[in-house]
Design a protein around this ligand. Structure first.
Ligand SMILES: Cc1cc2nc3c(=O)[nH]c(=O)nc-3n(C[C@H](O)[C@H](O)[C@H](O)COP(=O)(O)OP(=O)(O)OC[C@H]3O[C@@H](n4cnc5c(N)ncnc54)[C@H](O)[C@@H]3O)c2cc1C
Length: 254
């Protein structure tokens, strides 16, 4: 698929919770072609540091306006710089990158932990007609600010928090085995590796097909540098171009 090197104009940026922001960019080439599960590689500064672009999942697309939205946690150098971008600023963005989700599920279950719920949001929009259910896991109630964001596409929501401050106490695994008996025909998963690994094992046991979106430190995002490679079944996988979305049974090294 064609990838574009674009100058994206910032048209809005706001806080979603204490540590998470949404940034909206006008970038028509990418808005026209990005599919759920793909990501963009963003250069946050024109200076030499940080040198590497940062990968961020496409969280929403408005094809008519030519905009995409990224939702990101402010973590380190690059995301702190990105958080200061104002309307009218421009950023260099490469995308859409990677291989997205298979969208053929008739009764989808989305399972997200933390910022894994960002790329799943575009998936929820694409699957809206199938009325996807979403299982969200967070450490504390504030991590589940996603409830309101998802409401239009996924009114059926299941919530867990580590401390029990919202929803069921525990990880998503506290609710998943029961949910997997309800006839979902595909699980779509994005979140911390231990969560994805546990979800994939539960889905395999319940014979529910499962797609996972992996996150690996990556440099080029184009399949050239191999910094994001991981072990697949019978071959090495490049997360940036073979993924980031894989069928769970393709992944051998999490
Ligand atoms: C395909 C993909 C999609 C992603 N989508 C999102 C998203 O939608 N929202 C979101 O908040 N985060 C997302 N991430 C993670 C995001 O790229 C990192 O949080 C970000 O790069 C942190 O950069 P930093 O300079 O602020 O922090 P740093 O201090 O540089 O790093 C903080 C942590 O982020 C990770 N990281 C840093 N650089 C990279 C990199 N180039 N590739 C992968 N991980 C890195 C490292 O594990 C590091 O421990 C995604 C990562 C990948 C690979």
């Amino acid at each position: 698929m064609t990838k574009f090197l674009c100058t994206a104009k910032v048209v809005g940026q706001y806080m979603l919770n204490a540590t998470t922001k949404q940034i909206d960019l006008i970038v028509p080439e990418i808005a026209r072609t990005a599919v759920p599960g793909q990501f963009v590689n963003v250069q946050v500064s024109r200076h030499t540091a940080p040198l590497l672009r940062r990968p961020l999942g496409v969280a929403a697309v408005n094809r008519e306006d030519g905009t995409i939205s990224l939702m990101y946690r402010i973590l380190g150098e690059a995301t702190r710089i990105l958080a200061d971008a104002c309307s009218g600023d421009t950023l260099s963005v490469v995308g859409p990158l990677g291989h997205g989700f298979d969208l053929t599920a008739k009764k989808p279950l989305l399972i997200g932990g933390g910022l894994g719920l960002a790329p799943l949001y575009y998936l929820a929009a694409a699957l809206a007609k199938q009325k996807p259910a979403v299982l969200m896991g967070g450490r504390i109630a504030d991590d589940l600010f996603w409830q309101d964001i998802y409401q239009d596409y996924c009114p059926e929501q299941y919530l867990t928090t580590d401390d029990g401050s919202l929803g069921t106490q525990g990880t998503v695994m506290a609710l998943l085995p029961e949910l997997l008996t309800k006839g979902y025909d595909c699980a779509y998963v994005c979140g911390p590796v231990p969560m994805m690994k546990a979800v994939a094992a539960a889905c395999a046991a319940a014979k529910v097909p499962c797609q996972v979106s992996l996150e690996r430190y990556m440099a080029c995002g184009l399949g050239a540098c191999l910094s994001c490679s991981c072990g697949g079944v019978g071959k090495r996988l490049k997360v940036c171009t073979d993924g980031p979305v894989f069928w769970a049974q393709e992944v051998a090294e999490w």
